[in-house]
Design a protein around this ligand. Structure first.
Ligand SMILES: [Zn+2]
Length: 243
């Protein structure tokens, strides 16, 4: 069993996040929640809109993977456990050799090698060192009308709308600049580069939820405190020899 309080008491620091939704948000839960929509939006028990922690964590991991590879680190292939650290099935042999030559891929008290992303976000054998909150919209649900958007399923082969495949998406109201707030908690044993990597990754998340191509879910982050990451911490993102 996971004791959240215990996990959080181990955290040294938290990053406060505010996502401002520029269009309308559509984070569907699948299954009905008393809404008329086929894909209703996710809400807290009090009916407040939310962006699930798992969704934010998944997107951020993906962005951080791209960044780290771009910087010259060797990063495993998520989310399939076999191709992730420490197994890394099918990982190119010449790249695999870099792992046992570089202490940056070591974790205290673990014999195996883990890429930088696994060291932060975890893998099937390594617990995550960052814990995500759901991002919650504090706006009173009473003030937010339920918005339904009709859509049709398109047949990809024929490029035409399928008959009898009309569906409804529930979204947040459009252009309401709704704010979703939450925190990312860094545990005591998280790597030194964690904050810098997370902030860099967040800059690349411009939208969340489904139907981005239909203009839904576009967002920006409220400005982060400049002092959050010291100049020296940004240097940690560069592999040795590239500084
Ligand atoms: Zn990995």
């Amino acid at each position: 069993m996971i004791h959240l309080q215990q996990l959080l008491s181990n955290s040294v620091e938290s990053i406060s996040l505010t996502a401002v939704i520029d269009t309308a948000l559509c984070v569907g839960a699948g299954g009905s929640s008393g809404s008329l929509a086929d894909k209703p939006i996710v809400r807290t028990a009090e009916g407040k809109l939310l962006i699930p922690a798992s969704q934010l964590k998944g997107r951020l991991r993906h962005e951080c993977e791209k960044l780290a590879r771009g910087l010259g680190w060797y990063i495993c292939q998520s989310p399939n456990p076999q191709t992730m650290c420490p197994q890394r099935a099918g990982f190119p042999e010449e790249e695999e050799r870099h792992f046992d030559r570089n202490d940056d891929y070591r974790v205290p008290e673990d014999e195996r090698y883990h890429c930088l992303i696994c060291q932060m976000f975890g893998n099937p054998t390594l617990p995550s060192r960052v814990i995500f909150d759901d991002l919650i919209c504090e706006e009173d649900p009473e003030n937010l009308p339920e918005v339904l958007r009709p859509g049709v399923t398109i047949n990809r082969r024929r490029g035409t709308a399928e008959e009898k495949k009309l569906y409804f998406l529930e979204t947040s109201p459009a252009n309401a600049q709704l704010k979703f707030k939450g925190e990312i908690h860094l545990r005591q044993n998280c790597p030194d580069y964690t904050k810098a990597m997370i902030l860099a990754g967040l800059h690349h998340i411009k939208a969340l939820g489904g139907s981005k191509s239909a203009g839904l879910g576009w967002l920006h982050w409220e400005k982060f405190n400049q002092d959050l990451v010291a100049e020296i911490d940004w240097q940690l993102l560069l592999p040795k020899g590239k500084k």
